[in-house]
Ligand binder design. Structure first.
Ligand code: KIV
Length: 297
């Protein structure tokens, strides 16, 4: 394959579709999803062969520096989702509806979900919640918008939940979660994210649904897995959830590169001839001549 960017290989052109994701469950093929927030990283995620890019509202924490996802706005999401769509074509692209963009009315939800498709090139949207959002999910699906659900730890409710805590730990709470996931499937969602729930609960949900479950902190029994890109690459040091496996530790690599730049500029080693533009000697001499002080009188 031909090198595309930064040494990464070009990827096959076949676009991943919503039916492909549903079919993967029935074929027993695991689904992979990764977050991305800009064109450069979207290109790298695409080169890895991952099925789905989620432009998550985790944007607020790992990129915009907020303590939670709650302050993220629709404008933030559209700007970053559009950048992701410019960077990656093959993966299924899912835009995460931020807090306040779909709860007040189905009209809000339809308008904001449509913005993801029309202005940001997303293929589908995700929203958080169980039975309380099924009417919204149904309205979106009826309007032709593919919807991914999200139950368990729903970070937009972090204050109500009392922090980023494991959910559905009791049989009663687990039963509610299973019913929520079934309600989302019945409303037309094409997949459901299960976040921070005990592995046996996620396995039971996955067995009961015809649509795929995509787990994060939900054990191996899900039909697919998602992680936050900055956790995977070691680019987010504020806190590390137990479930977030770090596949690379790029933070120190980046700091080291920046330290080298800092030192080389300070001691005059950068920029050198290799990184500077030369000028024809005749042009330089002519310029110097033109700058010589003119004789007065
Ligand atoms: O915002 C996000 O990145 C998410 C994933 C954690 C599923 O919702």
């Amino acid at each position: 394959m031909e090198a595309q960017y930064g040494g990464t290989p070009a990827v096959p052109a076949a676009k991943v579709t919503v039916p492909d994701i549903v079919a993967a469950k029935h074929a027993g093929r695991k689904i992979t999803m990764m977050t991305a927030y800009d064109a450069a990283f979207a290109k790298l995620v695409e080169a890895s062969g991952i099925d789905i890019i989620l432009v998550g509202d985790s944007l607020g924490m790992v990129v915009l520096g907020h303590p939670t996802t709650v302050p993220v706005t629709m404008e933030d999401m559209i700007r970053h989702a559009a950048a992701v769509a410019r960077g990656a074509k093959r993966p299924l692209l899912v835009g995460d509806l931020p807090f306040g963009s779909y709860q007040a009315s189905t009209a809000d939800a339809l308008r904001n979900a449509a913005r993801f498709l029309k202005e940001a090139g997303m293929d589908a949207v995700k929203l958080e919640g169980g039975r309380e959002v099924v009417e919204t999910v149904r309205a979106l699906v009826d309007s032709g918008i593919a919807v991914m659900g999200h139950v368990g730890l729903t970070p937009q409710r972090v204050a109500q939940l009392g922090g980023f805590k494991v959910q559905a730990k009791t049989s009663r709470a687990a039963r509610r979660l299973i019913d929520d996931a079934i309600a989302l499937e019945e409303a037309g969602a094409f997949s459901v994210v299960l976040e921070s729930v005990p592995a046996p609960v996620a396995e039971l949900v996955s067995e009961r649904l015809r649509i795929p479950t995509i787990g994060i902190g939900a054990g191996p029994g899900c039909d697919g897995q998602v992680l936050v890109l900055h956790d995977v690459l070691g680019l987010f040091g504020e806190f590390k959830p137990k479930f977030a496996k770090r596949y690379a530790d790029l933070g120190p690599v980046i700091v080291d590169a920046l330290k080298q730049f800092d030192a080389e500029v300070r001691d005059g080693r950068f920029p050198d001839a290799e990184h500077s533009f030369p000028m024809k000697e005749s042009e330089r001499l002519s310029l110097e001549e033109s700058l010589k002080p003119r004789k007065v009188g």
